[in-house]
Write a protein that binds this ligand. Structure first.
Ligand code: GLN
Length: 484
Protein backbone atom coordinates (compact mmCIF):
# COMPACT_ATOMS: atom_id res chain seq x y z
CA UNK A 1 0.00 0.00 0.00
CA UNK A 2 1.23 3.50 -0.84
CA UNK A 3 1.77 5.80 2.15
CA UNK A 4 -0.34 8.94 2.42
CA UNK A 5 -0.86 11.93 4.71
CA UNK A 6 -3.60 12.23 7.32
CA UNK A 7 -5.56 14.50 4.97
CA UNK A 8 -4.96 12.08 2.09
CA UNK A 9 -6.17 9.10 4.10
CA UNK A 10 -9.24 11.08 5.20
CA UNK A 11 -10.18 11.58 1.55
CA UNK A 12 -9.56 7.93 0.71
CA UNK A 13 -11.66 6.74 3.64
CA UNK A 14 -14.55 8.93 2.53
CA UNK A 15 -14.18 7.81 -1.07
CA UNK A 16 -14.39 4.18 0.21
CA UNK A 17 -11.01 3.44 -1.38
CA UNK A 18 -10.03 1.84 1.87
CA UNK A 19 -11.67 0.96 5.17
CA UNK A 20 -10.50 2.11 8.56
CA UNK A 21 -9.84 -1.52 9.47
CA UNK A 22 -7.51 -1.97 6.47
CA UNK A 23 -5.75 1.30 7.25
CA UNK A 24 -5.40 0.42 10.93
CA UNK A 25 -4.03 -3.04 10.11
CA UNK A 26 -1.60 -1.45 7.66
CA UNK A 27 -0.11 0.88 10.30
CA UNK A 28 -0.18 -1.74 13.07
CA UNK A 29 1.82 -3.92 10.66
CA UNK A 30 4.39 -1.16 10.17
CA UNK A 31 4.73 -0.70 13.95
CA UNK A 32 5.13 -4.43 14.38
CA UNK A 33 7.76 -4.67 11.67
CA UNK A 34 9.72 -1.48 12.21
CA UNK A 35 9.42 -0.14 15.74
CA UNK A 36 12.08 -2.47 17.13
CA UNK A 37 14.55 -0.13 15.37
CA UNK A 38 13.13 2.98 17.04
CA UNK A 39 11.43 2.14 20.37
CA UNK A 40 8.93 4.91 19.67
CA UNK A 41 5.97 3.18 21.37
CA UNK A 42 5.64 2.30 25.07
CA UNK A 43 2.32 0.53 24.53
CA UNK A 44 0.66 -0.65 21.34
CA UNK A 45 -3.08 -1.31 21.66
CA UNK A 46 -4.12 -3.39 18.62
CA UNK A 47 -7.35 -4.79 20.10
CA UNK A 48 -8.66 -1.36 21.05
CA UNK A 49 -7.50 0.02 17.71
CA UNK A 50 -9.29 -2.61 15.64
CA UNK A 51 -12.49 -2.20 17.66
CA UNK A 52 -12.31 1.58 17.14
CA UNK A 53 -11.64 1.05 13.43
CA UNK A 54 -14.71 -1.18 13.07
CA UNK A 55 -16.83 1.39 14.88
CA UNK A 56 -15.44 4.08 12.56
CA UNK A 57 -16.25 1.97 9.49
CA UNK A 58 -19.86 1.75 10.65
CA UNK A 59 -20.01 5.50 11.13
CA UNK A 60 -18.42 6.06 7.70
CA UNK A 61 -21.03 3.79 6.14
CA UNK A 62 -23.74 5.95 7.71
CA UNK A 63 -22.23 9.06 6.12
CA UNK A 64 -20.93 10.45 9.42
CA UNK A 65 -18.62 13.42 8.73
CA UNK A 66 -16.59 13.51 11.96
CA UNK A 67 -13.24 15.09 11.03
CA UNK A 68 -10.83 12.33 12.12
CA UNK A 69 -13.18 9.44 11.43
CA UNK A 70 -11.24 6.21 10.92
CA UNK A 71 -7.78 7.83 11.00
CA UNK A 72 -4.99 6.11 12.97
CA UNK A 73 -3.19 8.29 15.54
CA UNK A 74 -0.88 7.79 18.51
CA UNK A 75 -1.08 9.49 21.89
CA UNK A 76 1.96 10.60 23.85
CA UNK A 77 2.05 8.52 27.01
CA UNK A 78 1.49 11.64 29.12
CA UNK A 79 -2.26 11.61 28.34
CA UNK A 80 -4.50 9.52 30.58
CA UNK A 81 -6.35 6.85 28.63
CA UNK A 82 -9.05 4.90 30.46
CA UNK A 83 -8.12 1.26 30.97
CA UNK A 84 -4.71 1.64 29.29
CA UNK A 85 -1.35 2.01 31.01
CA UNK A 86 -0.33 5.68 31.22
CA UNK A 87 3.31 5.69 32.28
CA UNK A 88 4.56 9.21 31.47
CA UNK A 89 7.85 7.50 30.64
CA UNK A 90 8.44 6.76 34.33
CA UNK A 91 8.93 3.68 36.47
CA UNK A 92 6.76 5.56 38.96
CA UNK A 93 3.70 5.04 36.73
CA UNK A 94 4.72 1.79 35.04
CA UNK A 95 1.80 0.06 36.78
CA UNK A 96 -0.70 2.91 36.39
CA UNK A 97 -3.86 2.11 34.46
CA UNK A 98 -5.65 5.42 34.02
CA UNK A 99 -9.17 5.47 35.50
CA UNK A 100 -10.28 8.28 33.17
CA UNK A 101 -9.44 9.79 29.78
CA UNK A 102 -7.77 13.14 29.07
CA UNK A 103 -9.90 15.74 27.30
CA UNK A 104 -7.55 15.78 24.28
CA UNK A 105 -7.93 12.03 23.81
CA UNK A 106 -11.67 12.16 24.48
CA UNK A 107 -12.12 14.84 21.82
CA UNK A 108 -10.02 12.99 19.29
CA UNK A 109 -11.91 9.78 19.97
CA UNK A 110 -15.22 11.60 19.54
CA UNK A 111 -13.90 12.95 16.22
CA UNK A 112 -13.43 9.33 15.16
CA UNK A 113 -9.64 8.90 15.59
CA UNK A 114 -8.31 5.37 16.04
CA UNK A 115 -5.60 5.20 18.71
CA UNK A 116 -2.86 2.70 17.86
CA UNK A 117 -0.93 3.13 21.09
CA UNK A 118 1.01 5.38 23.45
CA UNK A 119 4.34 6.88 22.48
CA UNK A 120 7.64 6.96 24.30
CA UNK A 121 8.81 10.16 25.96
CA UNK A 122 11.32 11.60 28.39
CA UNK A 123 10.36 10.80 31.97
CA UNK A 124 7.57 13.21 33.02
CA UNK A 125 8.42 15.19 29.83
CA UNK A 126 11.72 16.35 31.28
CA UNK A 127 14.35 16.21 28.58
CA UNK A 128 15.39 17.14 25.06
CA UNK A 129 16.61 13.77 23.80
CA UNK A 130 14.19 11.07 24.95
CA UNK A 131 17.03 9.44 26.85
CA UNK A 132 15.44 9.92 30.28
CA UNK A 133 12.61 7.47 29.54
CA UNK A 134 12.30 4.47 31.85
CA UNK A 135 11.55 2.47 28.69
CA UNK A 136 14.86 3.28 27.04
CA UNK A 137 15.83 5.88 24.47
CA UNK A 138 14.06 6.43 21.15
CA UNK A 139 16.23 6.45 18.05
CA UNK A 140 16.06 9.00 15.28
CA UNK A 141 14.75 7.36 12.08
CA UNK A 142 17.16 9.49 9.99
CA UNK A 143 20.16 8.07 11.89
CA UNK A 144 19.69 5.44 14.60
CA UNK A 145 22.84 6.60 16.41
CA UNK A 146 21.19 9.96 17.03
CA UNK A 147 18.44 11.19 19.34
CA UNK A 148 14.97 12.11 18.06
CA UNK A 149 14.77 15.11 20.40
CA UNK A 150 12.46 15.30 23.37
CA UNK A 151 10.40 15.09 25.28
CA UNK A 152 7.87 14.05 22.57
CA UNK A 153 10.57 12.00 20.81
CA UNK A 154 8.43 8.86 20.47
CA UNK A 155 5.66 10.75 18.68
CA UNK A 156 8.17 12.54 16.43
CA UNK A 157 10.07 9.37 15.47
CA UNK A 158 6.86 7.39 14.89
CA UNK A 159 5.44 10.07 12.58
CA UNK A 160 8.76 10.56 10.73
CA UNK A 161 9.02 6.81 10.07
CA UNK A 162 5.32 6.76 9.12
CA UNK A 163 4.44 4.21 11.79
CA UNK A 164 1.41 6.43 12.30
CA UNK A 165 0.23 9.42 10.24
CA UNK A 166 -0.09 11.78 13.23
CA UNK A 167 0.45 11.90 16.97
CA UNK A 168 0.01 14.19 19.93
CA UNK A 169 2.82 15.88 21.80
CA UNK A 170 3.16 18.27 24.70
CA UNK A 171 5.45 21.26 24.91
CA UNK A 172 6.57 22.88 28.17
CA UNK A 173 9.79 24.38 26.83
CA UNK A 174 10.07 23.00 23.31
CA UNK A 175 9.02 19.36 23.48
CA UNK A 176 6.82 19.45 20.38
CA UNK A 177 8.95 21.78 18.26
CA UNK A 178 12.47 20.47 18.96
CA UNK A 179 11.68 16.77 18.27
CA UNK A 180 9.62 17.82 15.22
CA UNK A 181 12.73 19.65 13.96
CA UNK A 182 15.05 16.72 14.74
CA UNK A 183 12.79 14.22 12.96
CA UNK A 184 11.80 16.33 9.95
CA UNK A 185 8.09 16.70 10.70
CA UNK A 186 5.66 19.54 11.49
CA UNK A 187 4.41 20.30 15.01
CA UNK A 188 2.63 23.17 16.68
CA UNK A 189 2.45 24.26 20.30
CA UNK A 190 -0.75 26.27 20.58
CA UNK A 191 -1.33 29.37 22.71
CA UNK A 192 -1.42 28.52 26.42
CA UNK A 193 -5.05 27.76 27.24
CA UNK A 194 -6.09 26.72 23.72
CA UNK A 195 -5.97 22.99 24.42
CA UNK A 196 -7.22 21.44 27.65
CA UNK A 197 -4.66 20.12 30.12
CA UNK A 198 -7.25 17.93 31.86
CA UNK A 199 -5.88 14.41 32.09
CA UNK A 200 -2.48 15.45 30.78
CA UNK A 201 0.02 14.54 33.48
CA UNK A 202 1.36 17.81 34.88
CA UNK A 203 5.01 18.84 34.63
CA UNK A 204 5.00 22.66 34.88
CA UNK A 205 1.37 23.70 34.76
CA UNK A 206 1.85 27.33 33.74
CA UNK A 207 3.86 26.24 30.68
CA UNK A 208 2.46 22.84 29.60
CA UNK A 209 0.45 22.78 26.39
CA UNK A 210 -0.55 19.93 24.06
CA UNK A 211 -0.45 20.05 20.29
CA UNK A 212 -0.35 17.97 17.11
CA UNK A 213 2.65 16.44 15.33
CA UNK A 214 2.31 15.26 11.73
CA UNK A 215 4.07 15.37 8.39
CA UNK A 216 2.45 18.56 7.17
CA UNK A 217 0.83 21.76 8.42
CA UNK A 218 -2.43 20.66 6.80
CA UNK A 219 -2.41 17.47 8.89
CA UNK A 220 -1.62 19.46 12.04
CA UNK A 221 -4.57 21.76 11.29
CA UNK A 222 -6.90 18.77 11.01
CA UNK A 223 -5.66 17.42 14.33
CA UNK A 224 -5.80 20.78 16.11
CA UNK A 225 -9.42 21.22 15.01
CA UNK A 226 -10.27 18.17 17.07
CA UNK A 227 -7.94 18.91 20.01
CA UNK A 228 -8.63 22.59 20.76
CA UNK A 229 -11.50 24.17 22.64
CA UNK A 230 -12.77 25.30 26.01
CA UNK A 231 -12.90 22.73 28.78
CA UNK A 232 -14.54 23.59 32.09
CA UNK A 233 -12.38 20.89 33.74
CA UNK A 234 -9.20 22.92 33.10
CA UNK A 235 -9.30 26.24 34.97
CA UNK A 236 -6.75 27.79 32.57
CA UNK A 237 -8.65 26.73 29.45
CA UNK A 238 -9.68 29.76 27.42
CA UNK A 239 -13.36 30.32 26.71
CA UNK A 240 -13.09 31.40 23.13
CA UNK A 241 -14.55 29.92 19.98
CA UNK A 242 -12.20 27.72 17.99
CA UNK A 243 -11.91 28.62 14.34
CA UNK A 244 -11.45 26.02 11.61
CA UNK A 245 -7.66 25.81 11.43
CA UNK A 246 -7.80 24.41 7.91
CA UNK A 247 -9.65 27.50 6.66
CA UNK A 248 -6.56 29.75 6.70
CA UNK A 249 -4.26 27.35 4.85
CA UNK A 250 -4.77 29.12 1.55
CA UNK A 251 -3.82 32.57 2.90
CA UNK A 252 -1.37 34.36 0.67
CA UNK A 253 1.97 35.59 2.04
CA UNK A 254 1.94 38.92 0.22
CA UNK A 255 2.75 41.70 2.64
CA UNK A 256 3.23 39.34 5.60
CA UNK A 257 5.77 40.91 7.93
CA UNK A 258 8.18 38.30 9.29
CA UNK A 259 10.43 39.36 12.16
CA UNK A 260 13.88 37.79 12.46
CA UNK A 261 15.19 38.16 16.02
CA UNK A 262 18.86 39.06 15.91
CA UNK A 263 19.35 36.94 19.05
CA UNK A 264 18.24 33.76 17.21
CA UNK A 265 20.95 34.06 14.57
CA UNK A 266 23.93 34.78 16.78
CA UNK A 267 26.65 32.76 18.43
CA UNK A 268 25.97 29.08 19.04
CA UNK A 269 23.96 28.55 15.86
CA UNK A 270 25.32 25.72 13.71
CA UNK A 271 26.39 27.14 10.31
CA UNK A 272 24.51 24.40 8.42
CA UNK A 273 21.32 25.12 10.36
CA UNK A 274 21.78 28.83 9.69
CA UNK A 275 22.20 28.26 5.94
CA UNK A 276 19.11 26.02 5.77
CA UNK A 277 17.06 28.54 7.74
CA UNK A 278 18.15 31.40 5.50
CA UNK A 279 17.30 29.40 2.38
CA UNK A 280 13.85 28.69 3.81
CA UNK A 281 13.34 32.37 4.61
CA UNK A 282 14.22 33.22 1.02
CA UNK A 283 11.35 30.97 -0.13
CA UNK A 284 8.94 32.93 2.06
CA UNK A 285 10.30 36.22 0.73
CA UNK A 286 9.84 35.05 -2.86
CA UNK A 287 6.21 34.42 -2.03
CA UNK A 288 5.77 38.03 -0.99
CA UNK A 289 6.68 38.12 2.70
CA UNK A 290 8.76 40.98 4.02
CA UNK A 291 11.71 40.06 6.28
CA UNK A 292 12.40 42.53 9.09
CA UNK A 293 15.19 42.32 11.63
CA UNK A 294 13.90 42.64 15.19
CA UNK A 295 15.28 42.19 18.68
CA UNK A 296 14.07 40.18 21.66
CA UNK A 297 16.58 41.64 24.10
CA UNK A 298 15.69 39.45 27.06
CA UNK A 299 15.55 36.15 25.21
CA UNK A 300 19.00 35.21 26.55
CA UNK A 301 17.40 35.02 30.00
CA UNK A 302 14.78 32.49 28.98
CA UNK A 303 16.72 29.28 29.72
CA UNK A 304 17.80 30.41 33.22
CA UNK A 305 14.30 31.72 34.05
CA UNK A 306 12.72 28.50 32.78
CA UNK A 307 15.05 26.33 34.88
CA UNK A 308 13.74 28.09 37.99
CA UNK A 309 10.03 28.25 37.11
CA UNK A 310 9.68 24.76 35.58
CA UNK A 311 11.45 22.87 38.39
CA UNK A 312 9.51 24.91 40.99
CA UNK A 313 6.20 23.82 39.46
CA UNK A 314 7.41 20.27 38.92
CA UNK A 315 8.50 19.87 42.54
CA UNK A 316 4.97 20.78 43.57
CA UNK A 317 3.20 18.71 40.89
CA UNK A 318 5.27 15.61 41.53
CA UNK A 319 4.67 15.69 45.29
CA UNK A 320 1.56 13.58 44.62
CA UNK A 321 3.64 10.49 43.80
CA UNK A 322 4.06 9.33 47.36
CA UNK A 323 3.54 5.57 47.05
CA UNK A 324 0.18 5.84 48.81
CA UNK A 325 -2.55 6.38 46.24
CA UNK A 326 -1.15 5.22 42.92
CA UNK A 327 2.09 4.48 41.16
CA UNK A 328 5.17 2.71 42.42
CA UNK A 329 5.26 1.59 46.05
CA UNK A 330 8.39 0.19 47.66
CA UNK A 331 8.32 -3.32 49.16
CA UNK A 332 7.63 -3.71 52.87
CA UNK A 333 7.92 -0.12 54.10
CA UNK A 334 9.02 0.13 57.73
CA UNK A 335 6.90 3.22 58.42
CA UNK A 336 5.28 6.13 56.59
CA UNK A 337 8.49 8.09 56.04
CA UNK A 338 10.20 5.01 54.68
CA UNK A 339 7.23 4.45 52.35
CA UNK A 340 7.47 7.98 50.96
CA UNK A 341 11.23 8.16 50.62
CA UNK A 342 11.87 4.71 49.22
CA UNK A 343 8.90 4.79 46.83
CA UNK A 344 10.10 8.11 45.41
CA UNK A 345 13.77 7.14 45.40
CA UNK A 346 12.97 3.96 43.45
CA UNK A 347 10.25 5.38 41.20
CA UNK A 348 11.91 8.52 39.82
CA UNK A 349 14.94 8.71 37.53
CA UNK A 350 17.95 11.01 37.91
CA UNK A 351 16.72 13.95 35.83
CA UNK A 352 13.36 14.08 37.60
CA UNK A 353 15.09 14.00 40.97
CA UNK A 354 17.42 16.82 39.88
CA UNK A 355 14.42 18.98 38.95
CA UNK A 356 12.58 18.22 42.19
CA UNK A 357 15.68 19.21 44.17
CA UNK A 358 16.14 22.47 42.23
CA UNK A 359 12.46 23.28 42.52
CA UNK A 360 12.33 22.62 46.22
CA UNK A 361 15.40 24.79 46.70
CA UNK A 362 14.14 27.81 44.74
CA UNK A 363 10.80 27.71 46.57
CA UNK A 364 12.21 27.41 50.05
CA UNK A 365 12.07 30.24 52.59
CA UNK A 366 14.97 32.62 52.11
CA UNK A 367 15.51 31.66 48.44
CA UNK A 368 12.02 32.27 47.12
CA UNK A 369 12.52 36.00 46.50
CA UNK A 370 16.03 35.62 45.14
CA UNK A 371 15.15 32.89 42.63
CA UNK A 372 11.48 32.17 42.07
CA UNK A 373 10.18 35.73 42.31
CA UNK A 374 13.08 37.00 40.22
CA UNK A 375 12.40 34.39 37.53
CA UNK A 376 8.74 35.46 37.43
CA UNK A 377 9.84 39.05 36.81
CA UNK A 378 12.19 37.94 34.03
CA UNK A 379 9.28 35.99 32.56
CA UNK A 380 7.30 39.20 32.31
CA UNK A 381 10.20 40.98 30.58
CA UNK A 382 10.37 38.18 28.03
CA UNK A 383 6.63 38.40 27.34
CA UNK A 384 6.98 42.19 26.97
CA UNK A 385 9.71 41.69 24.33
CA UNK A 386 7.25 39.68 22.24
CA UNK A 387 4.45 42.19 22.81
CA UNK A 388 6.64 44.93 21.40
CA UNK A 389 7.79 42.75 18.50
CA UNK A 390 4.23 41.94 17.49
CA UNK A 391 3.58 45.68 17.23
CA UNK A 392 6.01 45.61 14.31
CA UNK A 393 5.59 42.19 12.66
CA UNK A 394 2.93 39.51 12.09
CA UNK A 395 5.07 36.41 12.63
CA UNK A 396 8.53 35.76 14.06
CA UNK A 397 10.81 33.20 12.40
CA UNK A 398 14.14 31.55 13.09
CA UNK A 399 15.71 28.16 13.65
CA UNK A 400 13.88 25.77 15.99
CA UNK A 401 17.07 24.33 17.43
CA UNK A 402 20.65 25.57 17.26
CA UNK A 403 21.88 22.25 15.85
CA UNK A 404 20.93 19.05 14.08
CA UNK A 405 20.19 15.86 16.09
CA UNK A 406 23.09 14.94 18.36
CA UNK A 407 24.37 11.46 19.15
CA UNK A 408 22.86 9.28 21.84
CA UNK A 409 24.79 9.85 25.05
CA UNK A 410 26.50 12.98 23.73
CA UNK A 411 24.92 15.37 26.23
CA UNK A 412 23.80 13.01 28.98
CA UNK A 413 26.64 13.91 31.32
CA UNK A 414 26.11 17.66 30.99
CA UNK A 415 22.60 18.83 31.89
CA UNK A 416 23.34 22.47 31.00
CA UNK A 417 24.34 21.54 27.43
CA UNK A 418 21.13 19.53 27.20
CA UNK A 419 19.08 22.47 28.52
CA UNK A 420 20.53 24.74 25.82
CA UNK A 421 18.82 22.60 23.14
CA UNK A 422 15.71 24.65 23.82
CA UNK A 423 17.33 28.06 23.64
CA UNK A 424 15.03 29.24 20.80
CA UNK A 425 11.83 27.56 21.98
CA UNK A 426 11.59 28.22 25.72
CA UNK A 427 10.78 31.95 25.57
CA UNK A 428 7.61 31.08 23.65
CA UNK A 429 6.33 28.96 26.56
CA UNK A 430 7.27 31.59 29.13
CA UNK A 431 5.18 34.10 27.16
CA UNK A 432 2.34 31.61 26.46
CA UNK A 433 2.51 32.18 22.68
CA UNK A 434 1.92 29.68 19.85
CA UNK A 435 4.97 28.26 18.05
CA UNK A 436 5.34 25.90 15.11
CA UNK A 437 8.27 23.94 13.71
CA UNK A 438 8.36 22.79 10.11
CA UNK A 439 10.94 20.89 8.05
CA UNK A 440 13.05 23.51 6.28
CA UNK A 441 16.07 21.70 4.89
CA UNK A 442 18.82 19.28 5.81
CA UNK A 443 22.45 19.29 6.87
CA UNK A 444 23.92 16.15 5.39
CA UNK A 445 21.15 13.64 5.86
CA UNK A 446 19.78 15.28 9.02
CA UNK A 447 16.62 17.40 9.13
CA UNK A 448 16.55 21.08 10.07
CA UNK A 449 13.42 22.71 11.46
CA UNK A 450 12.32 26.31 11.11
CA UNK A 451 10.29 27.86 13.90
CA UNK A 452 7.40 30.27 13.36
CA UNK A 453 6.14 32.14 16.41
CA UNK A 454 2.76 33.85 16.38
CA UNK A 455 0.85 36.32 18.48
CA UNK A 456 -1.71 34.96 20.97
CA UNK A 457 -4.34 32.74 19.28
CA UNK A 458 -2.71 33.16 15.88
CA UNK A 459 -2.30 29.41 15.26
CA UNK A 460 -4.28 29.61 12.01
CA UNK A 461 -1.83 32.12 10.61
CA UNK A 462 1.20 29.99 11.56
CA UNK A 463 -0.36 26.93 9.95
CA UNK A 464 -1.17 28.99 6.86
CA UNK A 465 2.42 30.24 6.48
CA UNK A 466 3.75 26.70 6.94
CA UNK A 467 1.26 25.31 4.42
CA UNK A 468 2.27 27.92 1.85
CA UNK A 469 5.92 27.00 2.44
CA UNK A 470 5.01 23.35 1.98
CA UNK A 471 3.38 24.13 -1.37
CA UNK A 472 6.79 25.34 -2.61
CA UNK A 473 9.06 22.78 -0.94
CA UNK A 474 9.03 19.04 -0.32
CA UNK A 475 11.07 18.76 2.90
CA UNK A 476 7.95 17.70 4.79
CA UNK A 477 7.24 14.92 2.31
CA UNK A 478 10.72 13.34 2.50
CA UNK A 479 11.15 10.16 4.45
CA UNK A 480 14.09 8.43 6.11
CA UNK A 481 15.29 5.80 3.60
CA UNK A 482 15.12 2.85 6.00
CA UNK A 483 11.36 3.34 6.45
CA UNK A 484 10.12 3.95 2.92
N1 GLN B 1 13.61 20.17 27.23
C1 GLN B 1 12.85 20.96 28.15
C2 GLN B 1 12.93 20.36 29.52
O1 GLN B 1 13.66 19.45 29.68
C3 GLN B 1 11.44 21.08 27.69
C4 GLN B 1 10.64 19.87 27.96
C5 GLN B 1 9.22 20.00 27.53
O2 GLN B 1 8.88 20.87 26.73
N2 GLN B 1 8.38 19.14 28.09
O3 GLN B 1 12.30 20.77 30.43
Amino acid sequence: MKLDTLAGWARRLRARDISSRELTEFYLGRIDRLDSQLNSFISVTPDLALAAADAADERLARGDEAPLLGLPVAQKDIFCTFGVRTSCGSKMLDNFIAPYTATVVERMNAAGAVMLGKTNMDEFAMGSSNETSHYGPVRNPWDPERVPGGSSGGSAAAVAARLVPAATGTDTGGSIRQPAAFCGITGIKPTYGRVSRYGMIAFASSLDQAGPMAASAEDCALMLNAMAGFDPRDSTSVERPVEDFTAGLGADLKGLRIGLPREFFGEGLDPGVRAATEAALAVLRERGAELIEISLPNSGLSVPAYYVVAPAECSSNLARYDGVRFGHRCDEPRDLTDLYTRSRAEGFGAEVKRRIMIGTYVLSAGYYDAYYLKAQKVRRLIADDFRRAFGQVDVIAGPTSPETPFRLGEKSADPVQMYLSDIYTIAVNLAGLPGLSMPAGTVGNLPVGMQLIGNYFDEARLLGVAHQFQQETDWHARMPAAFV
